[in-house]
Design a protein around this ligand. Sequence first.
Ligand code: PLP
Length: 261
Amino acid sequence: MSIPHALTIAGSDSGGGAGIQADLKTFSALGAYGMSVLTALTAQNTQGVSAVHPVPADFVAAQLDAVFADIRVDALKLGMLANAVIIHAVADGLRRYAPQYVVLDTVMIAKGGHPLLQADAVGAIRSALLPLASLITPNLPEAAALLGCAPADSEDAMRAQGRALLAAGAQAVLMKGGHLGGAESPDWLITPEGETRFSQLRVATRNTHGTGCTLSAALAALRPRHADWPATVAAARDYLHAALQAADRLAVGQGIGPVHH
Ligand code: PLP
């Protein structure tokens, strides 16, 4: 096929490690043409987020309309969405333009603890976006927030919560098990067709800023060139694993540094 076109709808990280910046680097590294709809600006470095400035929802919609009016979109990812008004503007756009692959990274809180989504907007993600997502990629606290239960503390519990999120309307769920701790970082892909486990040994680096953004961007960039989600997840995890292994070649900032694309 021709070069895939990938769109990220997400927030900006001024430090360049996460958000839109990580997404566009990932798209380029994986041979996709990248586009971006900004939902929020963050003032941020490797030590944390110091301020968040959401984009007005009608301007989010204007960016979406401009892209879809002119440019083919093969796959898109949703990252930081900031608040419920923006979520509804994005959901309206997705219903109107019906892109083939929608990866929903259910971003809620930055590693440093700063909220990237208003607490009262979790319900809007669940009701307005889950049904429009081809794949959602929650970590364990995010899955628990979406389901209103305690975070999974075992792989069996991860699988059960993944099935509950399918029942809540997602077409496929990638439950990310990094928060379980341990030497491995197991992910479970739950689809109506079956359940697949992915695991690699954890990479020994403290530079893990932007891992979630990178994985969901890789999933969007790679899906048009792979037969199904299991093949796409395997390839996207390989990309993230290599980016983590290369992370210590960077010396960016004094905090949790970014992965290297
Ligand atoms: N900043 C922005 C704009 C993001 O979209 C995200 C994650 O999605 C983060 C920060 C958080 O990155 P991390 O938790 O890897 O530090």
